[in-house]
Design a protein around this ligand. Structure first.
Ligand SMILES: [Zn+2]
Length: 287
């Protein structure tokens, strides 16, 4: 098999975090909203009035629920969203944005990655796209609400040399949403134990409220370290929610719920295909 063609994302401006800060007028963080997008994920962070102000991923590839482009706007409105961020540039995490006219008018803050030509082409159509500079890799960066609630994020690893194939799952951005002492982890497709920010959170004595299953609940990259990491939380906390965002009948055989049953025993599982079954486009997880 030949080498895949890879292109670098065109978000040229290093981030000016104060310029893109989406927290203006946000008093506190109520929780997150999980959209059913089929295979992929799309999550937004909610303010005190349960209005979304920050969008994290805007995917939906295989088995997405969007019969036409205007359904994307309708089901995942960006009206109040001030900033769109991506965990990484795999298509199942951004492809609905190319169907939503509002998305291009928003500010974007993304990881700079060497990825598919389609993603690079799309990134070039964004007028306000900022990237997390490589000098910030490993740093915890945050946006803060008036009461101190925060969205914390970290670019997990450096973009490798051009001679090396980039695993975008492992070099993207991971997120934690904090309300007081309670936290929700949004890892994208990276395993929790690869994210230093997540390690710091469990050490700092926070309590885990909900977690999105990394890589749509895939068994790939699930190791003893993953299990051990999750056990550190469950030792401290009453059961919370594990979210599995995926498309029903997907060819990757996502998700593998058994892993989570053993690591976070007693936790409730929220499956995005079930939302569609109940006629819902989303479900809120509130603190
Ligand atoms: Zn994915």
């Amino acid at each position: 098999m030949g080498k895949r063609v890879r292109k670098v994302i065109k978000a040229q401006h290093p981030a000016s975090y104060t310029q893109v800060d989406p927290m203006r007028g946000v008093k506190s963080i109520a929780g997150i909203r999980i959209y059913d997008v089929g295979q992929g994920d799309a999550i937004c962070v909610l303010d005190q009035d349960r209005k979304p102000f920050l969008q994290i991923d805007y995917g939906g590839k295989y088995s997405n629920p969007f019969a036409s482009n205007d359904k994307v706007d309708e089901r995942m409105p960006l009206k109040n969203v001030r900033l769109i961020m991506l965990t990484h540039w795999d298509e199942d995490h951004w492809c609905s944005a190319s169907k939503n006219t509002l998305s291009k008018q928003r500010a974007w803050l993304v990881p700079r990655q060497r990825t598919s030509p389609r993603a690079a082409l799309f990134s070039a159509t964004l007028s306000q796209a900022y990237c997390v500079p490589e000098t910030d890799v490993g740093k915890s960066i945050f946006f803060q609400a008036q009461n101190g609630d925060r969205v914390v994020f970290q670019k997990i690893a450096h973009m490798p040399e051009p001679t090396h194939e980039e695993d975008c799952n492992a070099t993207g951005i991971a997120f934690a949403v904090e309300n007081g002492n309670s936290v929700i982890l949004l890892p994208g497709d990276a395993s929790y134990d690869q994210v230093e920010l997540f390690d710091n959170l469990v050490t700092s004595g926070k309590s885990l409220h909900a977690i999105v299953a990394f890589h749509h609940g895939s068994r790939r990259h699930w190791t003893t370290a993953t299990h051990k990491y999750l056990r550190r939380w469950s030792a401290l906390k009453p059961p919370g929610t594990v979210v599995f965002s995926y498309g029903k009948g997907n060819p990757y055989r996502h998700p593998r719920q058994e892993n989570y049953r053993s690591s976070l025993s007693g936790w409730q599982h929220l499956l995005t295909p079930d939302l569609r079954g109940h006629g819902q486009s989303h479900e809120d997880i509130l603190f």
